[in-house]
Write a protein that binds this ligand. Structure first.
Ligand SMILES: [Zn+2]
Length: 165
């Protein structure tokens, strides 16, 4: 992780209203408002094995869908959702070409009957990003959660990230 990308991530987070105390839904709603595109959070459980540790981001014409595993801890769900928000806010989709292999799979239709595959423009998951972008998204998630008071116990880490310049 270069100093430049850490600064870029900090700058992006500084422009976001991170709820304190932390509230995942409120955070996602305010990011959606800022982007002018609704974001739907879609939990997948363990079914189908579609959700990677990275989650999946479905880009549609007028909105975004984040698919995340909910058969895990609140902490891990926050981490997955913030990670995907990181990809969005940091513009990681800009280098991606359209890929709808996931949503055109018949299994997708059975697991997510509410999502019409024809409305999905592209699907972004862990394998679609380079390692550098994955690290950026992961760093973004960690920093959002710390800044939102999600990890108040780790005050020292918070100080290092946000107080000392
Ligand atoms: Zn990712």
């Amino acid at each position: 992780m270069t100093g430049t990308s850490v600064r870029r991530i900090k700058k992006a987070i500084a422009q976001l209203p991170v709820p304190d105390p932390w509230d995942r839904r409120r955070f996602v709603e305010s990011v959606a408002e800022m982007r002018g595109r609704p974001i739907t959070l879609l939990p997948v459980g363990m079914r189908g094995g579609l959700a990677s540790p990275c989650g999946l981001w479905l880009v549609r014409e007028h909105d975004d869908v984040i698919i995340y595993e909910d058969a895990t801890s609140e902490y891990h769900m926050d981490q997955i959702v913030c990670h995907e928000i990181g990809h969005m806010v940091l513009g990681h989709d800009r280098t991606q070409s359209s890929d709808t292999r996931v949503t055109s799979d018949p299994m997708f239709r059975s697991v997510f009957p509410d999502i019409d595959p024809l409305t999905v423009r592209t699907v972004l998951g862990r394998s679609d990003y380079g390692n550098a972008l994955e690290r950026e998204a992961e760093m973004f998630a960690t920093m959002v959660m710390v800044s939102g008071g999600r990890e108040q116990r780790d005050q020292n880490f918070r100080n290092v990230l946000f107080k000392r310049q």
